[in-house]
Design a protein around this ligand. Structure first.
Ligand code: CMC
Length: 443
């Protein structure tokens, strides 16, 4: 394998080094491109640009492979759980029984949010979107817990232990914030975390218990939700993770970096797609659309309608997360004897799309959001909280990437370039010399 590639510009040849990843992925190192050639690389949406090297997640879109620190996602879905996966992502190894216990204890110790923070919720309108509240509250957490090296009263801890405390704080408190924002939107009293419950059951307790009525999650329900979180825990350089890395690259603390990630995730082409899928299925169900029309609209170049929950920038064969979740969804529905007309519509849409040349040629398959919404809906999670569930799941990945940025030897502030396509130099014209009447003056 060659170690360099040759780039030719105006009869001049330049040697650019090749970088090869563990799985044979090849990248052309263009760090010196501008210095050597005067040119920069142009790649809107970064579809062909590796912005970093990373040891966390491997994805092979052609073969539908996804692994966390080398472990296939299918094996983790079978035998692991969200907290173990969180540990794996951040520390690069499966925890020993003792490490796991210690981390679980830290999560329990950090489940409460500062009482003063509760008053922040009262400042939001009851119609506030839970993602807006989540991002604001995570940033507000930063006012109470400082970044690495500055944890109050814990100066004696080394950087690894400090990160463990910080990670546990965020992973534990995010679910409390999420549940409180739901309670706020319903005008119900906040339900405090129960230290005897496991991560997911505790979240469901805070969501659905009432002061006079305790909600106890069925094990199958807790397992299905745990699996959703696990499958969302990292996905290498997606939009929100890249946002977290970009903010972190400026030296920002973990709370603000993650808060920015929540904002990016909210977008409908990213984490917001799980809500959009259910809204689309609901529209079909209510008669505003039908499945065939939906497919036709998605194919129409004049329409900006897209089949939500379909397609992926990286997966061009299948999304392994979607396969696992489809099975989990069917198992859960059977176990609960749950019927949902939206599932029948989803299956019909999937069948139509998978047999349609438009989707086949463009390699558009169901993605993780296509089935996660069906499971969340059956658990009783309201649609506007779906992306919040995605954020709770993605948090360990964001923390792992934040850590990687801070520990990278070649850490650089993210600062892309652009190809300027605006005006050439113009000259400022003082007001007295301007011709015509401006729209403001004419009012
Ligand atoms: N429905 C209809 N056409 C589509 C769809 C879709 N869902 N996705 C892509 N296409 C078409 C697109 O119109 C384009 O066609 P043409 O070549 O004729 O112009 C072609 O496929 C390539 O699309 P693209 O927009 O260049 O692909 P991308 O890699 O930039 O976008 C995507 C990936 C996920 C944003 C896109 O597939 C999409 O908008 N899907 C629907 C939203 C969705 O489900 N998002 C969740 C993604 S998975 C969770 C996550 O990681 O956030």
């Amino acid at each position: 394998m060659a170690e360099n590639v040759i780039l030719e510009i105006d009869d001049k040849k330049y040697n650019l080094p090749l970088i090869i990843g563990t799985e044979g992925e090849k990248g052309i190192n263009i760090l010196k491109l501008r210095d050597q050639t005067g040119c920069i690389a142009y790649d809107p949406g970064f579809g062909n640009t590796a912005s970093c090297d990373s040891k966390i997640t491997y994805i092979n879109g052609e073969n539908g492979i996804m692994r966390y620190h080398g472990i296939p996602i299918e094996q983790l879905a079978e035998g692991s759980d969200f907290i173990e996966v969180a540990y794996l992502l951040i520390w690069g190894k499966i925890p020993t029984a003792q490490e796991r216990r210690h981390f679980s204890d830290l999560l329990t110790d950090n489940a409460l949010i500062h009482e003063n923070l509760k008053s922040h919720f009262e400042g939001f309108p009851s119609s506030a979107h839970p993602m807006a509240m989540l991002s604001a509250m995570i940033n507000a957490l930063g006012c109470y817990h400082h970044d690495l090296g500055k944890i109050e009263g814990e100066d004696e801890l080394g950087p690894e232990q400090q990160l463990e405390v910080l990670a546990a704080r965020l992973i534990s408190k995010i679910r409390t914030i999420a549940a409180f924002s739901y309670k706020m939107s319903r005008g119900e009293p906040f339900i405090y975390p129960d230290p005897n419950l496991r991560y997911v059951s505790n979240f469901l307790h805070m969501m659905f218990s009432l002061p006079h009525k305790h909600y106890e999650a069925m094990p199958e329900v807790a397992k299905a939700l745990d699996m959703i979180l696990m499958l969302h825990a990292d996905h290498e350089q997606n939009c929100s993770t890249t946002t977290v890395r970009m903010v972190a690259s400026a030296g920002a603390n973990l709370f603000s970096s993650v808060s920015a990630g929540v904002c990016a995730l909210w977008g409908r082409l990213h984490g917001g797609a799980n809500m959009a899928v259910i809204n689309m299925l609901q529209q079909i169900h209510d008669g505003g659309l039908n499945a065939k029309k939906c497919i036709e609209l998605a194919k129409d170049p004049k329409s900006d309608f897209r089949l939500m929950g379909f397609g992926h920038r990286v997966y061009k064969n299948h999304d392994p997360r979607a396969r696992i979740l489809k099975g989990a969804c069917e198992r859960l529905f059977t176990k609960l004897d749950h019927k949902d007309p939206l599932l029948d519509i989803a299956l019909e849409l999937e069948d139509l799309a998978l047999n349609d040349s438009y989707f086949i040629e463009r390699k558009l398959y169901p993605n993780v959001d296509f089935y996660s919404g069906m499971i969340l809906r059956s658990i009783g999670i309201p649609t506007n909280m779906f992306t919040v569930m995605f954020a709770i799941g993605r948090l360990p990945g964001w923390i792992a990437h934040w850590r990687e940025v801070h520990e990278a030897e070649n850490m650089k502030i993210a600062r892309p370039r652009q190809i300027y396509t605006g005006n050439k130099e113009l000259h400022y014209v003082p007001m007295a010399q301007r011709q015509g009447v401006s729209p403001i003056e004419s009012k």
